[in-house]
Design a protein around this ligand. Structure first.
Ligand SMILES: [Zn+2]
Length: 335
């Protein structure tokens, strides 16, 4: 993985390359932004660039800031995951536990084994529990020589402010629909026609990871039906309403994603009610259903519907009675 392969994160990459060029790499970085936009890939590219034995320069006469691309011993080991100076810490269960941080601290007593730097990537740093965060703080306060710690987080507000203040924060932005769509058109033997790639891109909320997951998920097949049913839910059809609740309640893992998709439909209805250009619709393939729905739903009902969906999304992720939540939701949304 090199910087050149990372899509749509030019400001972050430029900042890192400048630090490499000037030889002023921070002891600790905090890469933050939604999931699926290249934070871990960038961290790995930085790890490679830092230890590459013959890094490539961006322009003639400048210092090397990009890894050689698998030519040198260090890059080959990074690629195969066998470099002893690249440590990746991921949550063990729901959290990153204090034992993981203590074990890291024992390793940091020693100098890097092979490379110029030891790079520690902590994914999901927002899942450090209180004890492990406080333990890590000690390392950040007295950073060991030749070690670079890269924390990754989706929500910077979940981190201790004292941790944030000891890292150089690097924001990662959501990707544009164009970048995601272009990638999907060439993803996996070019299997996405442009219209489907554009739909996935607009449903993804700017996350390439999410777009790829959706592309491979049976949800895309269901999406159309479920969205049409939501928009045309009728109080006269109690049977249909309860059946829909029962069907969706059985899809525990996918439910938060389904509810997020339903929210995009209501968002589209709101757009149409406000007379905005239909080019900005997310669910372009449901254009006719949406126009029809926009005649039946008032703005107030749509906004209330979005609030109900938001509460339902939180409730189902907390594992409350899913069928009951959905029945209540649909009863309130029906017209
Ligand atoms: Zn190299």
């Amino acid at each position: 993985m090199s910087f050149a392969e990372i899509l749509g994160q030019e400001p972050a990459i430029k900042l890192l390359k400048n630090s490499l060029e000037r030889g002023k790499v921070a002891h600790a970085y905090l890469f933050y932004g939604i999931e699926g936009i290249g934070k871990e890939k960038t961290a790995r590219a930085l790890a490679r660039a830092l230890n590459c034995l013959s890094p490539l320069a961006d322009a003639p006469g400048r210092k090397g800031v990009e890894a050689c691309g698998g030519e040198c011993r260090s890059c080959l080991k990074m690629e195969s995951g066998t470099h002893p100076d690249l440590i990746v810490i991921k949550p063990s269960g729901a959290f990153i536990r204090i034992e993981q941080i203590r074990s890291l601290q024992r390793q940091l007593i020693y100098k890097p084994l092979e490379g110029r730097y030891r790079i520690i990537i902590i994914t999901n740093a927002d899942l450090l529990n209180k004890e492990s965060a406080n333990c890590l703080l000690k390392t950040l306060e007295e950073p060991p020589d030749a070690s670079i710690i890269i924390l990754m987080a989706t929500d910077i507000n979940e981190l201790l402010p004292t941790i944030v203040s000891r890292c150089q924060a690097v924001p990662f932005r959501p990707l544009s629909p164009e970048v995601i769509s272009e990638y999907l058109c060439s993803y996996g033997d070019n299997r996405f026609p442009p219209a489907q790639a554009a739909l996935l891109a607009s449903l993804s909320g700017g996350s390439l990871g999410r777009a790829v997951r959706l592309a491979d998920s049976p949800l895309m097949e269901m999406r159309r039906d479920v969205c049409i049913q939501l928009i045309s839910l009728s109080r006269q059809d109690m049977q249909g309403l309860l059946l829909l609740a029962e069907d969706l309640a059985g899809r525990k893992e996918e439910l938060p994603e389904i509810i997020a998709m339903l929210s995009t439909c209501l968002r589209d209805l709101l757009f149409l009610r406000q007379g905005l250009d239909e080019r900005h619709l997310i669910n372009k393939d449901l254009r006719e259903v949406l126009f029809e729905g926009a005649r039946r739903w008032t703005e107030k009902e749509i906004i209330h519907g979005l609030e109900l969906l938001h509460s339902a999304e939180q409730a189902v992720t907390r594992n409350y009675n899913r069928q009951l939540i959905l029945e209540n939701l649909f009863l309130q949304l029906a017209h």
